[in-house]
Design a protein around this ligand. Structure first.
Ligand SMILES: CC(C)(COP(=O)(O)OP(=O)(O)OC[C@H]1O[C@@H](n2cnc3c(N)ncnc32)[C@H](O)[C@@H]1OP(=O)(O)O)[C@@H](O)C(=O)NCCC(=O)NCCS
Length: 187
């Protein structure tokens, strides 16, 4: 199987985003619709970037000329005062890390189709998104106990930058993680 990474139009590929997230993080249909419509609001933001991984050995999706997506990532320049920032900043302040949030690449979503996990796609997507950015830090939040994602992030130099904290409406605690940019030349 050959995997190709390319910039991703998340609005045009919204069905693919929904399909993959239904596999990786299933939620009730109404919540899935809300999640997707919120995610699509990112597309117009100035610092936004998205990349998709496709299987070049697979045929195109019926009625399109696009190959099926097997994973995607997107991120944005952090925005002090946003809903996300208002939750994360107090937790980062406790760790003395809040200033990092003033200008950072905020990694918003990373999902790999379970049938294609463990093949380096998540790692490749993360490295691609973090390459060529102007922000001095990359940050993300991860559910405490998501060992697979945590292992991937720590192997790429991310460290924990907060104690566990809760987002409004979520009952699972999250951690803030971050690493300085740019990535070293060798990755
Ligand atoms: C997290 C996720 C994106 C990883 O994608 P992936 O393509 O499977 O990851 P990769 O194959 O690139 O990297 C796997 C790395 O994760 C880590 N990892 C894998 N399984 C692990 C486990 N059971 N425990 C700890 N670390 C693990 C390792 O560092 C591994 O690196 P290695 O291949 O050098 O050993 C994928 O599992 C996923 O989509 N999960 C569901 C959605 C999710 O949790 N997204 C992140 C939200 S913060």
């Amino acid at each position: 199987m050959a995997i190709e990474l390319a910039p991703l139009d998340i609005v045009a590929r919204a069905d693919d985003l929904r399909r993959i997230q239904d596999l990786t993080m299933p939620v009730p249909p109404d919540t899935a619709r809300q999640r997707l419509s919120w995610q699509l609001t990112y597309a117009d933001r100035p610092g936004f970037a998205a990349f998709g991984a496709t299987d070049t050995d697979a045929g195109p999706v019926p009625e399109t000329d696009a190959r099926p997506l097997v994973g995607f990532i997107f991120g944005d320049t952090s925005r002090p005062g946003s809903w996300w920032d208002n939750h994360v900043r107090p937790a980062a302040e406790e760790f003395g890390n809040a200033e990092v949030l003033d200008e950072a690449l905020e990694i918003v979503e990373l999902h790999v189709d379970p049938a294609h996990q463990g093949r380096g796609i998540g790692r490749a997507l993360l490295k691609r998104l973090m390459t060529g950015r102007d922000e001095p830090w990359a940050v993300l939040t991860v559910i405490a106990g998501n060992h697979r994602a945590w292992g991937l992030y720590t192997s790429l130099g991310f460290t924990e930058m907060s104690k566990p904290f809760l987002f409004t409406g979520h009952d699972q605690p999250y951690l803030l993680m971050g690493r300085p940019l740019p990535l070293p030349a060798a990755g």
